[in-house]
Design a protein around this ligand. Structure first.
Ligand code: F6R
Length: 233
């Protein structure tokens, strides 16, 4: 694992963009994308650059179940707002959280991932060590699945909603095995609430109780942290 410490999220976004650009320049055609607060400065760096992504396909990690694409808290809305409306990509995929057939949607998404192996994956991390919405206890062998969000994840994400009761309790998420299949992974974390998860990811034992700890077994991972998230490593 390579660790890069940056002074703030702006510099983190720039650094992640440099790594992303290098992957695109060396032929990456499919990118795995994350939502949430962490990747926002990365997307800013992407849209403020002249990088051409018109030959690139994106696949997102996850989507809440039950929110429409027009709902501002849906990840489909977020991706359009942060990236897709500014940069043309060849194709973009997210799980469909509005489906009335979850099993069919899960197999559709796993098929998409099989057809588009991820060359470069951006990850955030939950304060409980989740990646995607794979909460502690998720099997390292998991592929795309319906997940129940942990109470701590619902609490953390309540900041985006008017009340905590509006936060969906379920999501469709790529599994750990899908994430580990990416050729290159860049995980980003900012702020003190992530410090323990980052310590456990980098120095802890590899355990399903800390989903991100599996990254120790991936051959090509870079972790970008600010001072606060990196203070224990
Ligand atoms: C989002 C995702 C999550 C977030 C994590 C951190 O697509 O997969 O794992 O990366 O919950 O969220 P933020 O960045 O909002 O702290």
């Amino acid at each position: 694992m390579e660790i890069i410490k940056v002074v703030n999220p702006q510099m983190g976004g720039k650094k992640a963009f440099e790594l992303f650009k290098a992957s695109i320049e060396s032929g990456a055609e499919t990118i795995g994308l994350a939502t949430g607060s962490t990747p926002i400065t990365f997307y800013e760096a992407v849209i403020n650059s002249d990088i051409d992504l018109s030959h690139v396909t994106s696949v997102n990690l996850d989507e809440y179940v039950g929110l429409s694409r027009e709902n501002k808290q849906s990840y489909a809305y977020f991706m359009n707002d942060q990236l897709f409306k500014y940069k043309k990509l060849k194709a973009s995929y997210l799980p469909n959280g509005e489906t009335d057939d979850i099993d069919k949607e899960i197999s559709r998404y796993n098929d998409i991932l099989a057809r588009h192996p991820i060359d470069f994956q951006i990850l955030g991390i939950g304060s409980n060590g989740h990646i995607g919405f794979n909460e502690p206890g998720t099997s390292f062998d998991s592929t795309t699945q319906l997940v129940q969000l942990a109470p701590s994840t619902i609490e953390a994400n309540a900041r985006f909603f008017d009340t905590i009761d509006e936060v969906p309790t379920e999501a469709i998420s790529m599994g750990i095995a899908n994430i580990m299949a990416a050729k290159r992974i860049v995980l980003i974390a900012y702020g003190e609430t992530k410090a323990e998860a980052i310590y456990n990811t980098v120095h802890g034992s590899v355990t399903e109780q800390v989903p991100a700890s599996i990254l120790q077994r991936h051959p090509n991972v870079t972790i970008i942290v600010d001072e606060a998230a990196g203070k224990l490593i």
